[in-house]
Design a protein around this ligand. Sequence first.
Ligand code: NAD
Length: 497
Amino acid sequence: MIHSLMEKMGVAKELYQGGDLVVTTPIDGSEIGRLTTASSSDVETAIANAEKAFQAWKSVPAPRRGELVRLFGDQLRQHKEALGELVTWECGKILQEGLGEVQEMIDICDLAVGQSRQLFGLTIASERPGHHMRESWHPLGPIGLITAFNFPVAPWAWNSALALVCGNSLLWKPSEKTPLTALACQALLERAIEEFGDEAPEHLSQVIIGERAAGEQLVNDARVALISATGSTRMGREVGPQVAARFGRSILELGGNNAMILAPSADLDMATRAILFSAVGTAGQRCTTLRRLVVHESIKDEILARLKKSYSAISIGNPLEGNLVGPLIDHQAFDAMQSVLAKAREQGAKVFGGNRVEFANSGEGYYVEPAIVEVTEQNELVKHETFAPILYVLTYKELDEAIATNNDVPQGLSSCIFTTDVREAETFISAVGSDCGIANVNIGPSGAEIGGAFGGEKETGGGRESGSDVWKSYMRRQTNTVNYSRELPLAQGIKFD
Ligand code: NAD
């Protein structure tokens, strides 16, 4: 199956058959590819090539660069099913979500194509007669992309579609757990480049297969102008200071610990559906997964009864076969979940679900019942992001207390409130409300659209990707003052003669 998908997308067999990096599918643990990892000198060559490609690409007019991204979007449209299915094989998310991830790639291509004609600066009033000031935005340099296993393709596309129209070259170090999808994306981009023609330089986009060390080499090389890294807070804690030490730029998209406040006036039918999608979808392996439900004490019993009923009915199994919950990425993820649930029990929490699910042909796949854990306080266990479907349930009496609970974790990615009280809703998204990068009303915390800026505060890293004015992160700002008079007045009225 993998071969026919790879063939459709134009990936040569020798790229994934016979190498040192063994790739397995979380569906049943079987091997699906072997790739050759890049040596340190391969990475060095790739960076040098990316620098050359940047020098050529930056002088291609931006709307022409947009045309390349338009062609790439066409490739993605034509191969949405194949790439979506490969995402499912490699990271285990259900096919609907695999296809959704590819749709996000298509959406960001559309956005970037339009943006390629809108890389605008400001015109600023000058205090001096016969002068004008303006701001220009110029291409930045080679962009290093480091990505996580759970969204193997979309975050790469969020960055690269914009980075390409902004005039930059790309170096992508995908997760060592999901390198096949990276090869497929690269093959589709290469097809678009071929169609686009000679204006696109060689090595405009390169994939570096490897583990942490390959990423570190990009992080520490001053020729890589921007490092955009998606992954755990542990990774960001290492990457951020290293890039800063060489005065490079970084976009960090790290762990989340997302809450929903469920107010007494909430529409509980809607809230139940939203909780289900955001807490158990992707088997709890989204950065925006709902991990904490902060429910008003008056409706705790009712929502718990509804949730337990819905959780019991959910289909867990092969993600290619129409189930709603697929596997965890690997046995380490399963062990981490079990150890957290054991600690929660020791601390006196009530745990619902959480057991391993095995079925015919599940093999070495680690499937679990999503868990609901009733706790009495937000302790260190709850404040930690466990990358598995564990939903902690806490109660509140007053809205201020619920907002304080929402904010009292190290992470600051996503958050939401379910309420029909406009005062509560507006307070939650005001300056005294949620401290997260994303704050929603009557929508769960996951499943963002491409038009907004995506990212979070505190230990989530502060980065933003996708829409709004995020394109500016991939360009350098230049302030221009032009004197069209015959005098040379100095600013601030300084006399120097
Ligand atoms: P991870 O941190 O283990 O690995 C992510 C990537 O970083 C991999 O490519 C890895 O090889 C690389 N890496 C690790 N250490 C590095 C280092 N010191 N220098 C350079 N590269 C290094 O994360 P994961 O397990 O693949 O992904 C799950 C995590 O990612 C979760 O914490 C999740 O919340 C987070 N995530 C965040 C977002 C977001 O947008 N905020 C999106 C997806 C995933």
